[in-house]
Design a protein around this ligand. Structure first.
Ligand SMILES: [Zn+2]
Length: 361
């Protein structure tokens, strides 16, 4: 049966207005809005046309109701600068990633979330406490995506059509999700992941996560979590030059600007030295990018294991795509671009027990 909520989600994830969908399909906006508000049901032929133009299989539009992600559940970095269409595109994409996650969770037992809520602590205090709880000491955090996954956070990328979108996070019926963008350097992407972890830890479901102060708190958490004060103090960064910052930032897997900011925040650099270092770093291209930085983005350990297991039982991304009515390359884009393997389409394992995935931090 046709489901109006799915048409809306499919349209929004392209960032399309009803007018744009009307242009693409030749169907009037009036008819389209009656389909979306459920006042009229499209014929099979129209469902086929809509699906084709939206890059989906008709099955996508004919499945069960899809609850939208409420806007207030998400904290966007630059909401004031963001258009409603970009925001809706991000939310609809996140919702599709959740569909993929549901599919995976119906077949695998994934780690349960053990994220504490530390909303009464300062961002720095919460970061320190989390490091202690997770046994991270004062050293660098290796792969942040793996760390999040091993603590029950589901991490997906929103590469499809979302180059301009910042990362965001969400508590979805008790499961924490982090959605990463893909237009940034690996270092900034790590900072984004830590920033979203900050929202999840500091701004649990009981606290409104939006607004400039929440953004600032998440940034302070991310800086303290990725660059713990005692570790940075040990690096001898008093009034450091840009070159010194560049040598020291490698240890933490962060952007040069982020380490300069942290050193300044910790009182290691005078305002004058900090500004001078920022001007030099900017001149060397470190404001917009990270020249000579990490070569690759972090990827998912959990999703890699899921795909390996699926391949072992004769299925894979193709099966996810088929079951959900999505295009293979779209499914792939949510899974850190993990590559599907061509398969003969053999049957799934007959065992009803869902395999448990073991994750190593
Ligand atoms: Zn944020």
């Amino acid at each position: 049966m046709f489901n109006p909520s799915r048409l809306t989600a499919a349209r929004k994830r392209h960032g399309w207005t009803l007018t744009k969908l009307a242009e693409e399909t030749g169907i009037s906006t009036k008819s389209l809005s009656t389909y979306e508000n459920g006042h009229q049901e499209p014929t099979d032929q129209i469902v086929g046309l809509l699906a084709q133009k939206l890059g989906l299989a008709p099955a996508f539009l004919l499945s069960e109701e899809m609850e939208e992600i409420p806007i207030q559940a998400v904290s966007f970095r630059a909401l004031s600068k963001m258009t409603a269409r970009t925001r809706d595109r991000g939310l609809a994409s996140g919702r599709i990633a959740i569909l993929i996650n549901d599919w995976i969770e119906s077949r695998f037992r994934l780690p349960k979330s053990d994220l504490p809520t530390l909303s009464s602590r300062s961002p720095e205090g919460a970061a320190e406490e989390l490091r202690v709880r997770w046994g991270l000491g004062i050293g660098p955090v290796g792969n942040l995506v793996h760390l999040l996954e091993s603590h029950g956070v589901r991490v997906y990328t929103l590469a499809h059509n979302n180059q301009d979108l910042d990362a965001f996070c969400l508590n979805w019926h008790g499961t924490p999700f982090v959605f990463l963008g893909c237009g940034k350097s690996p270092e900034r992407s790590r900072f984004d992941a830590a920033h979203e972890l900050g929202h999840l830890i500091l701004h649990g479901e009981e606290k409104e996560p939006q607004g400039a102060s929440a953004e600032l708190e998440a940034n302070r958490f991310a800086a303290a979590f990725l660059m713990p004060s005692s570790g940075v103090f040990a690096q001898n960064l008093r009034n450091a030059t840009a070159d010194r910052i560049l040598a020291a930032k490698k240890r933490w897997g962060v952007a040069a600007m982020a380490l300069a900011h942290r050193a300044n925040e910790l009182g290691l650099m005078t305002e004058w030295c900090y500004r001078a270092a920022c001007v030099d770093l900017s001149r060397m291209g470190y404001r917009r990018g990270e020249p000579g930085g990490l070569a690759v983005h972090e990827s998912s350990q959990l999703l890699t294991k899921v795909l390996q297991q699926l391949r072992g039982s004769g299925s894979g991304i193709y099966e996810i795509a088929q079951d959900l009515g999505l295009a293979v390359d779209e499914v792939q884009s949510y899974l850190f671009g993990l590559t599907p393997t061509l398969l003969d389409g053999g049957g799934r394992s007959s065992s009803t027990e869902r395999p448990r995935l073991t994750l190593v931090q």
